[in-house]
Unconditional design. Structure first.
Ligand SMILES: O=C(O)CCC(=O)C(=O)O
Length: 264
């Protein structure tokens, strides 16, 4: 591993603060990529030795409409590559190892400070199967049941991510507006807000090669379209949080620590 991929540099941090994101090209090597891709296929096809009862698994929508996507619940939903989302991947050793990447830790430390224990809010596979996929509307990544908002999501391209296959779209610097729809439970904008903030002129398509990684401020406006190509668009996305965050739901989730006291 090259030295410059070990810790966040001044330029990257400046971009994170000013633009709300930075990209690290070619961070994941081709052997690791292949292993992660195979692992995901095995999980989707029911062939992996994992505790399926512990993993949230959601099937892709048949129509491309967000409201038609499958139920988001724990457990296997059948042997198919047409999953949209698989969460709780921190319990898979291969994904956990990537989550512990030195550049991820260094960026977490820059964002949350050296004293914080850093946990995972969610570690998930986000898939747009070839010629399918679900349109993900404009949103910011925050949840009203937490007493503080997570600030960092790290999105790893496992396939080429292109405009055609539904790469993530962002509005650079939009994180500086703060919360746009604070009453929405998970940060989604109204149609009117989306039309106002995400205009054709200010949208950037985050096109990436497999192995590239984008570091996103959680308030940065983002969305993604369906996949209009024969190339799948697989990605692994991790949202890191301060372990001290309080989940006010009746049955609060126990967010596993990745960096700090009691780490997985
Ligand atoms: O992968 C995508 O299309 C969007 C993912 C996303 O919203 C996230 O990682 O927070």
């Amino acid at each position: 591993m090259e030295t410059e991929t070990q810790s966040i540099n001044c330029e990257q941090w400046q971009s994170f603060l000013e633009d709300g994101y930075f990209i690290a090209k070619g961070l994941i090597d081709s052997t690791t990529l292949k292993s992660l891709q195979n692992r995901l296929d095995d999980i989707m096809m029911g062939k992996a030795r994992v505790d399926y009862g512990r993993m949230l698994m959601q099937l892709d929508s048949e129509t491309g409409d967000y409201s038609d996507a499958g139920e988001q619940s724990k457990g296997f939903k059948g042997a198919t590559l047409n999953y949209r989302k698989i969460q709780d991947l921190e319990f898979d050793p291969m994904f956990l190892e990537l989550m512990r990447h030195p550049l991820f830790e260094s960026t977490c430390r820059q964002v949350y400070g050296n004293e914080a224990d850093i946990a995972v809010f969610r570690a998930m596979f986000m898939n747009k199967p070839a010629n399918r996929g679900t349109f993900l509307p404009w949103h910011q990544d925050r949840w009203t049941f937490l007493d503080r908002d997570p600030q960092l999501t790290i999105w790893c391209a496992l396939d080429p991510a292109t405009k055609e296959n539904g790469c993530v779209q962002i509005v650079p610097a939009s994180h500086r507006n703060g919360l746009i729809n604070p009453s929405h439970p998970s940060g989604f904008l109204t149609d009117e807000q989306a039309a106002e903030y995400a205009t054709a002129e200010n949208i950037v398509y985050v096109e990436l090669e497999p192995g590239d990684v984008v570091f996103l401020h959680n308030y940065l406006l983002h969305a993604s379209d369906v996949n209009r190509s024969s190339q799948s668009r697989r990605a692994f996305s991790i949202c890191y949080m301060d372990k001290a965050s309080v989940d006010s739901r009746e049955k609060p989730h126990d967010y596993p620590v990745i960096f700090g006291e009691g780490a997985l």
